[in-house]
Ligand binder design. Sequence first.
Ligand SMILES: [Zn+2]
Length: 379
Amino acid sequence: MTTGFSTGRALRPTTKVLPEHARGHNRSLVLQTLYRSGGQSRADLARETGLTRVTVSDLVAELMGEGLVIETGQREDARPGKPATLLDLDRGAFQIVGVDLSQADRFRGALLDLDGTVLDRAELPLGAATGDRALALVIELVASLVDRATAPLLGIGVGSPGIVDLAGVVLSAPNLGWADVPLQGALTDRFATPVVVANDANVAALAEHSFGGADSDMMLVKVGHGVGAGLLLGGVPLYGSTFAAGEIGHVVVGTDGGPECVCGKRGCLETWLAVPRLEKALAAASDDQSRRLVLEQAGQRLGIALAPIVGALNLAEVVLSGPTALLDGPLADAVVETLHTRTMAEFHGRLTLRMTTLGEDIVMRGAAAMVLTAQLGVS
Ligand SMILES: [Zn+2]
């Protein structure tokens, strides 16, 4: 079994590959086809994947043996002859633990089925815990969910704040006091189950791709205690040269200075947009008009930061995740307006900007999507 991502691979396999990689790839093709459109016969699968009937039958037998695929009945068919037997992924056969470490005051976790539906939840207050104490809380939270699982576990997925490498080592998460914490390794040792750990905004982008209907060329901007982003290009997650792709929170926006940031610079995107900063500015505003101005200015700064990214990558979609009351409205309108005035209309005019539909569960569901990709090759 594999853990973590291989870089440069599209999330959804669509074509045949070289013979030496064929079996695993073909297996993922069949699983992916059933995952996205269940209720197909073996003949349908052969047609859909370009594999032979024999190969499909072999793979289906193997997958049924593992409990991943089930026969769901016979197709209602007017044509003469034996009706086709329909197949589907058994979406309740396994469960996934998804964990969100990105909230300022608590760790949240859930048990999910293979469709990413939340079956059960747990959370632990973080208090002032950092370092080893914070790590102990993660283990406690995961243990409570593992104990409550009612089907075999497919794996554990974790979205962590900070910079996370492809081996699931949290290189730096200042709010949790973590530096070079091998979180994925620690959880694998403790629970003897496949574990994947990644940055929370990257995980949220995966959730949008798997469960939110997002485009394959998209950026998810996650606004919370800080500001981060996850990027998908051609359906491939981008991690960057030091795993910090999407870390736009401490990029200075504009050349006019701005408020001082915790990092020592002035005018970082976070100083306009992070939730605590926004709430403080809104509390200090005297009337509706000045509150509106605070939100518009935050949206303009985000638009200024996004315009060159949208321009360079020709993105189709930007998705915002965070408190709807703050982001949806004047702030989002100002982002759109700013992007329009700063990008080329003929190429970028069709870009859409919207709120995520996944709400507060986005990181936990993305963590489940990550396990599905790593273990089954589906998304
Ligand atoms: Zn900063």
